[in-house]
Design a protein around this ligand. Structure first.
Ligand code: DGT
Ligand code: CA
Ligand code: CA
Ligand code: ZN
Length: 585
């Protein structure tokens, strides 16, 4: 039994209870329990097995008993019985955009839809359209969502693979026959989703390394095993390739297998122009008698081509080679540059940790400030705050701030952008806040021009400090809504509005492809975890990687500013000053 499995069981119970129409407070208790199990600092499985969970905050008696049964027997009778009431595949239906407990229940009871395959068939036959509360439009949208998911079926988000990458890297680095090991491919380039994982080792004796690689406990299937390359399929469905080279080949191999393919092609052309041939193993002269540059690491390869070292995140052939030639590469932001984070939720709306717990975790992470931004009232499904509750939270934040030294909570709100672009709170209330994140959470189907107008209207409000998750996408699950991103960037530049880089690995929105343009226009970025728990604060790791991919430096990212300077940025737009220019202060 592992903490992850226990957490998954609790989450599945919550979903199944939802299907049965149980009281939302009950289902929330299971979700909170799952979060507690996952983030517990200590051996929660051993504690549960020993029935020693008394005093663990947030775990009631009923939950403690269930965790004890699960940890000591590996099974939970209550869960088994609940599962038996529904078909095996029913939980997959929750992944379909627009389907919640109520609709899934109807689909099951009326049409015996219990899997994604059933769902597709029922939509295609017209049965779903005829169901009360569904209709043609809903059925068409379900089909669209299914098609979107299918077209991304062999991709993974970063949070789905990052822990595995760490485990495999550690195994390889510690291997007695390995001198150097690294991860390459799209993962190293910080693509927002990846198809497969590519590992590289330098070794004199590949046999035993390959042997141990294919025997890793999480391997479900060996696809190929050889001296230079092996491939395995993990239980999670992710394919991993391992290539073995000699230490002398490692630098060129690392460049090659990191890619991107487009970057590689450009490098190879550049090499040829200099009388060199570059492949996955070496950089060699094309003419006999030419000199062979010695390359121990990647920087040597780039140097031999007359280039500065190009950070892996930039290797997409979008101008990095020219910049490397001219000594013009940006010094990319690093996680250690962050001084605080905005856009975080607490138990007041749909978060699982309290204000104090979130503040404690932020301090533990070495941050100087934490911006709270619970949902506003229009997000009723997320328990959004009304004016009275928000005012109470502001007061609570002011009270807590008096108790801190060298740390500060900023009172904010994630205010819904309503359909017409007006905001969910009046200006006088927003004026009391330290900052406002404005986000779209509903009516995703507006035509592009209308959606763009809607968002720009919100941006033009002087109280809107930053724009949340610009396109509403959920990676691999829901596409962006239609919106004119360059027009939004222009509006943000004109009004001094910050754009968020949402660090949640499901979002990573605004997309990295737009940041260069935003930066040129003078728009600043805020790397926002959008944390719904203390654990969620750690998502800034993904946010920083994508900010780097967007060419951003420390001075492009407002939450790299320390306390004492950040306040001015937060006030700037309200006071009509716009954003401070780079380099000042
Ligand atoms: P993905 O699709 O998320 O796995 O993306 P990558 O970039 O990891 O692609 P992958 O795993 O097929 O290959 C890893 C790297 O190997 C790729 O980024 C560049 C290099 N590579 C693979 N095939 C070719 C090729 O045909 N030509 C060149 N120049 N490089 C290649
Ligand atoms: Ca790959
Ligand atoms: Ca690959
Ligand atoms: Zn949001």
């Amino acid at each position: 039994m592992t903490a992850e499995v226990m957490a998954t069981v609790l989450r599945n119970i919550a979903l199944l209870l939802d299907l049965k129409g149980e009281n939302p407070f009950k289902t929330r208790a299971y979700n909170t329990g799952a979060e507690i199990v996952e983030t517990f600092s200590g051996d929660i499985v051993a504690r549960a097995a020993a029935n020693d969970l008394k005093g663990v905050k947030g775990l009631g008696d009923a939950l403690q008993q269930k965790l004890n049964e699960l940890a000591s027997t590996g099974k939970l009778e209550f869960y088994e019985r609940l599962r038996a009431e529904f078909p095996e595949g029913i939980l997959e239906l929750y992944d379909v955009q627009g389907l919640g407990a109520k609709k899934i229940k109807l689909l099951w009871e009326q049409l015996q839809v219990g899997t994604l395959t059933d769902l597709k068939a029922a939509c295609e036959s017209g049965a779903v359209a005829k169901l009360a509360g569904f209709g043609e439009k809903t059925a068409a949208k379900i089909l669209e969502s299914l098609a979107f998911r299918e077209s991304h079926a062999d991709e993974f988000r970063l949070e789905q693979v990052a822990p595995t990458v760490e485990v495999i890297l550690e195994m390889l680095r510690e291997h007695p026959n390995v001198s150097r090991a690294g991860v390459a491919g799209s993962y190293r380039r910080a693509k927002e989703t990846v198809h497969d994982l590519d590992f590289l080792v330098a070794t004199k004796k590949p046999g035993p390394v390959m042997e141990d690689f294919v025997k890793m406990p999480m391997v479900a299937k060996i696809l190929a095993q050889g001296e230079t390359k092996s491939s395995v399929l993990l239980q999670s469905g992710v394919q991993c390739d391992l290539r073995a080279v000699t230490s002398a080949e490692y630098a060129c191999a690392m460049v090659y297998f990191t890619g991107s393919k487009e970057h590689n092609v450009a490098l190879r052309q550049r090499a040829l122009a200099r009388g060199l041939s570059l492949n996955e193993y070496a950089l060699t002269p094309t003419e006999p008698g030419g000199e062979s540059p010695e390359c121990y690491d990647e920087a040597d390869v780039y140097r031999a081509l007359g280039l500065d070292f190009v950070e892996p995140e930039l290797r997409e052939n979008t101008g990095e080679i020219k910049a490397a030639e001219e000594g013009d590469l940006p010094r990319l932001v690093e996680i250690s540059n962050l001084r605080g984070v905005f856009h975080n939720h607490t138990t007041a709306s749909d978060g699982v940790n309290s204000l104090e717990e979130m503040a404690a975790e932020a301090q533990e992470l070495g941050l100087q400030y934490l911006g709270i931004a619970d949902h506003s009232k229009a997000s009723f499904q997320a328990n959004g705050l009304d004016e009275k509750r928000l005012r109470a939270q502001i007061a609570e934040i002011r009270r807590l701030n008096a108790t801190y030294e060298g740390f500060r909570l900023f009172a904010g709100s994630e205010v819904d952008i309503l359909k017409d672009g007006s905001l969910d709170f009046p200006d006088d209330l927003m004026a009391e806040l330290d900052y406002v994140v404005a986000s779209v959470h509903n009516v995703f189907t507006l035509p592009e021009a209308e959606m763009t107008k809607r968002i720009i209207r919100a941006i033009e409000n002087p109280h809107v400090t930053m724009l949340g998750h610009l396109t509403g996408r959920l990676l691999l699950q829901r596409p962006s809504y239609a919106v004119n991103v360059p027009a939004i960037i222009d509006a943000a530049a004109a009004t001094g509005t910050i754009i968020e880089l949402n660090a949640n690995p499901w979002r990573l929105d605004m997309d990295w492809r737009w940041w260069k343009l935003a930066k040129e226009k003078g728009v600043k970025c805020s790397i926002n975890p959008d944390a719904h728990s203390t654990r969620g604060l750690h998502d800034v790791f993904y946010g920083v990687r994508l900010a780097r991919k967007g060419w951003l430096t420390r001075s492009d990212v407002v939450n790299c500013l320390p306390l004492g300077q950040i306040e001015e940025i937060l006030r700037g737009k309200k006071e009509g000053k716009g954003l401070r220019e780079e380099g000042q202060g």
